[in-house]
Write a protein that binds this ligand. Structure first.
Ligand SMILES: Cc1ncc(COP(=O)(O)O)c(C=O)c1O
Length: 362
């Protein structure tokens, strides 16, 4: 791809910066499976302290840290509750059932978020016929919900409710620092009500890989055991943890730039006939938008854009998701918006249509 290629497919496409590479290359390392990697130890301590929790454990990916968290709370036969757009429910390959014997009960909320009315009456009584309702999972910012950040009070309320009815709470914070940026609060205000929190380094923070699970000492000890069973306990992984420390120190404040670029992009495409976008819903670095059916479908628009050097993925029959990140600048998002306008004006019908979007067979 040429340098002018604008990749807004995901915030996972970023390449490590020079500063990050330097931090990775110079990281002091040891055998992390035995707790002997000083850089991993430093990262775990740093994040646990930041969130005011007892302990943390490094993980390979967001999926892994979510599943470590879930398995550390639940046993086979238990169930978790989650909003129906949640990544854990939709995009982790059925892992709670496959890995841990846990059923997932999805609840329809709004924009990937739940409120007390959604949750009322959802906890099963203790009865041999029923799964044991054990865990509430939330996601902030919401990915499938449009990149929105939970109102902090709402998040605190549902966590309080969960604890009152005897549930544990897990936060999928793949984009936690985007939520912090949007809500403009200390990260602890978002995390205080959660027993475990997973955070990704490989999304907006720009690392090539890595995630972390944070919680109580007891919970994290259990999660370490689960990580080992999943094959995720690594050796000299300080080379990756060094990049994560660098990202926490250098790439958090700049998330505001990604949010500003997302807004610029959303406002620009909102002026294109045939494109619709809910501007109020653009709260972070994700922009979901629809292409009108008489113009074509989302996969046709995605293909037309790709041919012109812009990558934006189709998320549904008419819906696309664009994402801003470290490797897309203000000029890039303007070019992407101009290219969408050009595609819509010149026509996209000649591109192959995928009737149901990327994830559905029928
Ligand atoms: C909200 C959310 N949670 C978890 C994950 C999983 O992260 P990973 O791809 O590192 O497994 C993603 C990935 O995009 C995500 O968007």
């Amino acid at each position: 791809m040429s340098d002018s290629f604008v990749n807004m497919f995901s915030d996972t496409v970023t390449k490590p910066t020079q500063g990050m590479l330097q931090a990775m290359m110079t990281a002091e390392v040891g055998d992390d499976m035995g707790g002997e990697d000083p850089t991993v130890n430093r990262l775990e301590k740093m994040v646990a302290e930041l969130l005011n929790k007892e302990a943390a454990v490094f993980a390979c990916s967001g999926t892994q840290s979510n599943q470590m968290g879930i398995r550390s709370h639940c046993f086979p036969g238990d169930e978790l509750l989650i909003e129906e757009q949640g990544h854990i429910a939709r995009f982790e390959g059925g892992a709670p059932a496959a890995i841990s014997g846990i059923t997932t009960r999805t609840i329809r909320g709004q924009y990937g978020m739940l409120d007390l009315a959604d949750l009322e009456g959802k906890v099963y009584v203790d009865n041999q016929h029923l799964a044991n309702t054990k865990l509430l999972c939330c996601e902030n910012t919401t990915n499938g919900g449009g990149g929105r950040a939970w109102p902090v009070e709402q998040l605190q309320q549902v966590c309080e409710w969960a604890h009152d009815v005897g549930l544990k709470t897990h936060l999928d914070g793949a984009r936690l620092f985007n939520a912090v940026t949007t809500s403009n609060v200390h990260v602890r205000e978002i995390c205080d009500g959660f027993d475990t929190i997973s955070i990704c380094f490989s999304k907006g923070l720009g690392c090539p890989m890595g995630s972390i699970l944070v919680g109580s000492g007891k919970q994290i000890l259990r999660a370490r055991r689960v990580r080992k069973m999943m094959g995720g306990a690594l050796r000299q992984v300080g080379v990756i943890a060094g990049g994560a420390i660098y990202a926490l120190e250098n790439h958090v404040e700049r998330l505001a730039d990604d949010h500003a670029n997302a807004r610029t992009f959303a406002e620009a495409i909102s002026r294109i006939d045939g494109i619709s976008v809910d501007l109020d819903g653009v709260e972070s670095n994700l922009v979901f938008f629809d292409v009108a059916a008489d113009v074509g479908d989302a996969s046709q628009l995605s293909s037309a854009l790709r041919e012109r050097g812009v990558r934006i993925g189709a998320m549904g029959p008419q819906t696309l998701r664009a994402c801003t990140h470290l490797d897309v600048d203000a000029a890039g998002v303007v070019r992407a918006a101009d290219t969408i306008a050009e595609c819509v004006q010149t026509g996209i019908q000649q591109f192959a249509a995928a009737q149901f979007g990327p994830f559905f067979r029928a």
